[in-house]
Design a protein around this ligand. Structure first.
Ligand code: GLY
Length: 377
């Protein structure tokens, strides 16, 4: 084993880890990213790519505000990455249609539209006839819809590849096939022990999705991140005239630029498995066909599986662990990791290099969990 040094070691090369690395490296910080498998193997590559700052949020508050600020960065973020790397993340500024399936759900969505408009955002109510005319498909059992024109979309695997390459081009190093076994404070720095090498860094940021709190066991911190497995089915549906993302309570359909259609997604809390199951995927396809009966003949191009990193209170942990200023975490974005990647990367990098956190991050402090009464591992 040889020892290697960095200013900041980032554990995890998904969208969150690579966004932090990209921003840090641009500021001249020597950044090393450690990836257990390969770039492209985690949840970032399984996502549908909806930038659902409005559609995925049920109430105003800090998560809603972080999502809005990240969404506002997306167009430039994608453009800059495309110019720098040659990889187009396929940012498409078309909105999301949130379908209601009962009078009660229609009322709930109309209320959601109201508080979002009061916050100065766009949210239009569509009748079932509007849905058919404006969405381009007949959505069965639709009782109306909330149209959110500013919730756009990207192609998540392309964005994740662009960010990883962007981080490299900015000078970050990425080591694949290097699962981290231990993280320890030693002297005036941190030692990160991987399977192959031992690394020294001034600070570490754990951005390892659902595995993040497991890697921080020795720090007597009571925060917890657990997986909610999601499976998505990608159809080759070039001839389906679906123009915008359609999002219902139990299934969503996201069109892609090349004619594919992403059907998402299952939700299985606590399931660490990485293979799609017949039961979960067939249930998802049944729900999609109940909404849009015409889907039947289209071929399946791909099935994607990812583990959403979820926390007990639904907020990500962003910042240093209480009492451990060199040990940072950026994980637990649950259903919103793709949306939150630009703001998370920028705000964490600014905090690490400037010393003061943005007020946008206040609610996400890892210190909100009381330290656990347990011995260091
Ligand atoms: N954001 C969509 C999902 O997690 O399924």
């Amino acid at each position: 084993m040889k020892e290697q040094h960095a200013d900041v070691a980032v554990v995890g090369s998904g969208l969150i880890g690579c966004s932090i690395a990209w921003h840090l490296a641009r500021k001249g910080v020597r950044t090393l990213v450690l990836e257990a498998n390969s770039v492209g193997s985690g949840a970032s590559f399984a996502g549908a790519g909806m930038l659902g700052a409005q559609v995925e949020m049920h109430e105003p508050g800090p998560l809603f505000e972080l999502g809005l600020s990240s969404r506002a960065m997306f167009r430039n973020f994608c453009e800059e990455l495309r110019e720098q790397t040659g990889i187009d993340p396929e940012y498409v500024p078309e909105g999301i249609v949130r379908l209601a399936s009962s009078p009660e759900e229609a009322e709930e969505l109309q209320n959601r539209g109201k508080w979002q408009r009061e916050r100065g955002l766009q949210a239009e109510w569509w009748t079932p006839e509007d849905v058919q005319a404006l969405l381009g498909i007949q959505a069965e059992s639709c009782t109306g819809a909330l149209y959110l024109p500013d919730d756009h979309r990207v192609e998540a695997p392309r964005l994740a590849r662009a960010l990883a390459r962007g981080a490299l081009l900015q000078g970050a190093r990425i080591r694949e096939g290097e699962p981290v076994l231990d993280i320890a404070e030693e002297g005036d720095g941190v030692t990160v022990t991987g399977v192959r090498d031992v690394y020294r860094a001034d600070r570490v940021v754990v951005a390892a999705g659902a595995w993040s709190s497991l890697l921080l066991r020795r720090f007597s911190w009571s925060g917890r991140v657990f997986p909610v497995k999601g499976e998505g089915v990608v159809l080759q549906a070039t001839l389906l005239p679906l123009r915008r993302t359609a999002f219902a309570r139990d299934v969503y359909l996201v069109p892609k630029n090349d004619g594919r259609l992403y059907l998402g997604a299952t939700e299985q809390p606590g399931d660490w498995s990485s293979e799609p199951s017949l039961e979960a995927v067939s249930g998802l396809m049944d729900r999609a066909r109940r909404r849009i009966p015409d889907l039947g003949p289209y071929p399946i191009a791909e099935i994607r599986v990812g583990l959403r990193p979820v926390t007990p209170d639904g907020f990500p942990y962003l910042g240093p662990l209480p009492g451990h200023p060199r040990i940072w975490i950026a994980a637990g974005h649950a259903r919103n990791g793709i949306l939150m990647a630009p703001a998370t990367g920028r705000l964490i990098a600014e905090w690490m290099t400037g010393g003061t956190p943005s007020p946008l991050l206040e609610a996400f402090t890892p210190a909100r969990s009381a330290p656990a009464k347990r011995e260091p591992a």
